[in-house]
Design a protein around this ligand. Sequence first.
Ligand SMILES: Nc1ncnc2c1ncn2[C@@H]1O[C@H](COP(=O)(O)OP(=O)(O)OP(=O)(O)O)[C@@H](O)[C@H]1O
Ligand SMILES: [Mg+2]
Length: 441
Amino acid sequence: MATLAVGIDVGSSSVKAVALKRSGAGYSLKSVGHADIRRTEYFPDESPQAIAEAPLRALEKITQDSNFGRKPCSFAVSGPRVAPRLFKFPSLPKTEVEAAIRFEAEQIIPFDLAQAALDYVLFDEVMEEGKPQMEGLVVAVHKEEVDKRFVLLKSAGFDPVVLDIDALAIANAFVETEGVGEKETVALINIGAKFTNLSICHGPRRVFVRDIASGGDQLSRAISEIYGMDLPMAEKRKREAAYTPLDELEGGGEQGFESQAETMPGGGMGGAGETAGGEGGEEEYVLLDGDETAMMRKDEAKPGKGAKAGDTMTGDEEGGFDQSAQTQNQMGAAQRISANRAVLADALGDLVSEIQDTFKYYINRRIVPKVDKVKLCGGTAKFPDIDDFFAGQLGVPTQLWNPFARIDVAGVAKRFPPNFLDELGPLMAVACGLAMREISG
Ligand SMILES: Nc1ncnc2c1ncn2[C@@H]1O[C@H](COP(=O)(O)OP(=O)(O)OP(=O)(O)O)[C@@H](O)[C@H]1O
Ligand SMILES: [Mg+2]
């Protein structure tokens, strides 16, 4: 009988794991894990050996959960050594399809196929000038990339059996949970630390993907430059920006940050690598490493600091209504939005242009009629106002996407503070898609 693999997403900044089980027509969450990878840019005092071993250490934390370690898992790769390409040719008998796709791949894949793992998906047949055409996506992944990931997962005690790419895993998670209408086009943008995975789903069975080398690291660098603070501090401040607006740093530099930091509430999410108790080892969670602020709930922030930048607040702290306070708050909110926008434009302007060019390419070639909506996920999608920024730049309605919104998380959620899984969800899209992959056994 087919069972579901555990989904393990090894990113450049964190490791994410999800175990799902089928429940009715959908899925329920069995386990979830997240651990940061300590990188040298953000942890300059770590020894080179500790930095080299950081991905393994993060994975080992995840294996503390009995639902993850030594289980068959699916994993994914992304970045420049992953080459997805569209192909189309006149329909052929089944026995000839594979050779034809290999031939196509040789023409369009930018590295030697002898060193690549190759896979493909076939879309529904299309008619062109009265003749049936086969259309699909072929993906070549450099073997070194696969081997590196495989060895890492094995040494951490996982049993990697299914290979995917990040952008296809995200599309899988979206189609399986939210669904895509037959004539609808949805662009999924997973903004991580180093990479952004773009998946354009046209109907439920056609997907076009690409990776762009840009993400949250750019945002941290922009904050570091604009506000004159070192990179580790800028990274920390970026993750807190929903609770203490960026514009309050202006002119303050590092000192400004420290005074803000004092206003932040304490961690409250437990220490590094702690494992929350799970009954019978069924539903457990590996807590975050050194990233408490990123997962802090909005209602934990101090009054006046908790609102998402851009929210319009009415009334004073005592609850009375005051027109001038309202006006001031509105002005403050507008200022915060412009501070966030300035950073976003500086850091992610090139990323937006790449995405715009990709949309234009597919529309001009009549591969999709238009993009109806954009869904953002990945850690960087949590930055305040990023949805409005993308909506404005791309001219397409844009929202944050939390894959847990359509997965039954009740059994696991009770182990965490309210909203915790909502905060974590946008980071888990790749892992959710991987956790929906079937394995025989
Ligand atoms: N609350 C937050 N606000 C802004 N950025 C955040 C927040 N939380 C995490 N991030 C950023 O999200 C990024 C990590 O996201 P994610 O875990 O999706 O990336 P990754 O999968 O490790 O990286 P990649 O896929 O690029 O290799 C980091 O740049 C981190 O600083
Ligand atoms: Mg990622």
